[in-house]
Structure formats: structure tokens, C-alpha cells
Write a protein that binds this ligand. Sequence first.
Ligand SMILES: [Zn+2]
Length: 407
Amino acid sequence: MINKENCNPFPINTSKVYGRIFKFEEHAGNFNISLDLLNDVLVEADTSLSSNLEINRDFRPFYYGMSIEMLSEDGNIEFKRINDGDWYELTIEPVRAKGNGSSWLALCLITFSTSPVESEIYRITGIGKKPNKKMPKIEIPDKSVLRSSVFWELELLRLCYRVKLKLCNIKKLQILHIGQGFQSRLFNNCDDFVCYDIGSSKCCDTDKTINRRLLDYDNLRAVILSHWDEDHILGAFNSSSLRPLDVPWFAPASIHSHNAKRLAFTIYLRNNLNLHLVDFPLLLSCSDSCDFIPLPKSTNLNNNGICMFIHKNDKRVLSIGDAEYSRIPFGLISDMDNKLDYLVVSHHGAEMKSKPPAARNQFISKAIIPVGKNIYEHPKNKTLKTLKKLGYLIHRTDYDGEITITF
Ligand SMILES: [Zn+2]
């Protein structure tokens, strides 16, 4: 029987835990390592999922990942060693439990898929060998990926954006405060909305600025993803309803983590017409006033994305997920002199290599930073200075809450 309880590899008990690194970042001696996690029950669940067994209508995809905040010297070396895209057996225990003295490799903030998302400190004391069993591999069906070379597929994609999104009359854009992560909602005049990213915080427990309501997705029409990073998709796992799984998704074709693949594959299995993956730059207008533009392909997860540009009633809004500003294909954006009324600041205010577009009206235009409690010191002071220099008023969601832009 596959359910939320026995799929959960935590609290650590008798079953083995398998981990696979899908993101390894090093910034001036600090590490950010993200792992997918499986236990034996999840291995079984994913194996049957990927062998295309009839999906149970109540099946919910699970998210069991781990973000590593602290590493010992040994841990640093060990994790570098296993950063090869393969699965390894891990020994993990809660910090409260009696451990093996101080011989830890990493202290980790564990993210559960439960609703609401919870975090706790665990420690890894050992990294074993590769498992001696066949680990599941979730393959996204080829027909979900739209190819730039096939004319009718492109036309179909354009049509999908226009028809399925139902955004012919945009009324407002709401940028939620969900902590360190991103979710925004684009409403039409019938109060239906499209999510441009469906994130939720990884650490609701520790971020006191978050109102811990469960988000309501009743009027959700579609999801468009800037990219498949966990802080931009966790809201789909962290929902009381299955609605986010039953609407069309438009997303980049490059999906790095096992957890995100499980989500994408579940959407496909529930309705194989709902998953639309793109991996080439193209102007996709869903109405006269709203464009979604896939960015050129990149090996960097954050830079593989879809950006959103709204231009209505003399208001210009740009939102690009966590990508570099230099990735925006300005040539594809119409009616744009590179100046904005609202900039949704990329990557939660991280330091970027490229400069954002300037403010259109000095100290009236707003730079909105979706940010919550985090270990990266987002937003960076340098970013705030740059934004002010470009003429923006700063709106941080952790200080100022959610914001609604009306058109
Ligand atoms: Zn992010």
C-alpha cells in the first residue's frame, strides 16, 4: 500500500534511505546541495509509476528532498565524491537522537512533502555505496516536449497558450508572500487565474513572516513555470486539492530533480494533453497584453526558463524566475524600451552577473523581491543598491507582504 506515511523516509527508522544530488553549488566556501531522497516504498512506487501502470486518481506525487546547510570537512569531500548524478545509500538521523559523537558529515534541513511543508534538522553520518537494486528512472514522454522544428507543434503551442490560459482580459497580478520561494497569480476578469510559478516555502516552521494558510487553487486554470526548482513548485505538493495536477502546465523541458520529474509525470498520466514542455526561445502571446517567452537553453537550472512580460494600460511588468537578466531575449518582446513599472526581482535578490532593466519612473516604479527566511542572505545589499540606483522603490515580500498590481 503506497500512502504518504510509508513513503516518508522520515523519521528515520529501519528502512534504507537513498539520496541523489541534483544541485551542487559552491559560493565562496559555502555550499548549497540539494538531494532527492527515496526509501524502499518510494522506490517501488516510482518503479510502478514509470512502468505506466494505471494511475490511481487519488495518487499524489510526493516531494522528499533535502537541502544541506552545513558540512564538515569530511562531508564536503564525501558529497563532492558522490556528485555524479547517481543514487547512494545514506545514514541519516535526527539531531535530537543519540548519534555517533561528533562524527557528522552534514547537518541538514530536511524538506517534507507534507502539507504544510515542514523542516527539521537531521544529520548525515555516513554515505554508503550505490544501492544494489535497480533504482527507478522517470522518463518524461517525448510527446510532451514541443520541438521548434515542427511547424504544427509551434502553432499548437501558441493556440494552447491563448485558449487554455483564458487570459484575454487580464485584471490583476498578485505576487504572494510564501517565504523563500515564488508564486504569482494572474487573474482575468472572471476571477480565474493562472499561476506563474507555484512555489511555497521550504521552511514554513521557521519563517515567522508567513501566514500559514493552505493556498486555494479552486479557480486555477493553468500553471506556467519559470523553472523546475523546488521553491517554485512546492505549492503543487503542498495543496489540499488535486486541482494543480489537473490543469495544463507550460514549463521548460529541462527537469533536473527526480521529485520534479515525478510531478511532471503525474500531470502527464492524469491527462496526457496537459503537459507542455518547451526548450527554445519563442514569443508566446496569450493575449494582446501578456507574453510568455521561453529563454534560450542553458546547462544552468536557473537560466532554463520561461519569463513573463505584461504590458497593459501603460503598465509594464517583467518577471523572470531565478534567471540572469542577460538571458531575456529582448528582441522578442514587443513595446519595450527596456524600462519597467514593475520588476519582479530575479532569484530572490541574489547577486546577479547582469544588470536588471531600469525603472521607468524614478522612485515610483517598484522592484518586488519575493523573499523569506533563507541562508543565502537574500536579498543581497549589492542587489538592493543596484535596484535603487536604477530608480526603483523596493518592495520586499518578507517586510511588505504580498502585492497586487491592477491593470
Ligand atoms: Zn527560486
